[in-house]
Design a binder for this molecule. Sequence first.
Ligand code: ADP
Length: 308
Amino acid sequence: DVCVLGSFMKDLVASAPYRPRTGETLRGTGFAEFLGGKGVNQAVAAARAGATAAMIGRLGDDRYGQEFIDLLRDEGIDASCVVRDGELGTGVGLPVVEPGGANSIIIVPRANDAMRPSDIARAAPVIAASKVLAVQLELPVEVSFAALRTARENGVLTLLNPAPYTAIPTDIHPYVDILIPNQVEAEQLLGYPPDGEDARSAVGDLCDRFGCRGVVLTLGERGAIVARRDPGTGMLDITPVPASAVTAVDTVGAGDAFCGALAARLARGEDLVAAARFANAAAGIATTRPGAVAGMPYLPEIEAVPRP
Ligand code: ADP
């Protein structure tokens, strides 16, 4: 049902009293490794939320790459369009987390950056067989473009999560059905912050600028706002969707949990507002757990959340 084009990043996290200065060797206080990358996070979120999922991406022919292959197998995600790059290693992220949780991160995309439109040409049958294609901006933008176009040509619903924000060439806009930014990305796309009452006009603005069918703006603990354009009348419908009341302990990957769960529901033919309610429930659970991939909730847990 859901095909995700995106990144794989192995995160090697050091905890330290502060970020080291040039030339300094600093003793850290902790270390942890996680499997991450927006692409694989969203694929796992979609699969656990009940979708049949496939992933398109590039890994190194190395130990980390094998860890991701094992993960995809364990999660039941089709990896037939995941290429092992013989030259470049698997992408890595090197965050340093300071006391209190502030972090800075070096990412080295490696194999992710070697994705080419030709990879999309090879994956075209898998895209065409899907109901929904989900794309982020962690891969070269021409690759995302090729995938969105392939999906559109085959009548597949296209979702773009513009994260991390990268300037999006306007010729991509017509190939996006549903745009899913967070507040930071919406501000970067629009040039003004979508705060308070303005958030309602911001989603309308984004819908107009992209000429897309829908926009889902995620607002952290305030949930999301959904804009839908009626294809017949052109009328815009704007619906706020509240978040679930949870005690968040780790919001890393919340946006990915949201996008993956939303994709899973849209693939079933659910309407955008209902899918956003489900996605809020899923992302809310994800924030109560450490880790991104590890914290992605399963369908029965999501269904057990009372929805407004
Ligand atoms: P990102 O993780 O990309 O920064 P957001 O902060 O907007 O994106 O969070 C995405 C979604 O995660 C929200 O729409 C909401 O469903 C859920 N979420 C995030 N933080 C919280 C929170 N503190 N309480 C409940 N839900 C949350």
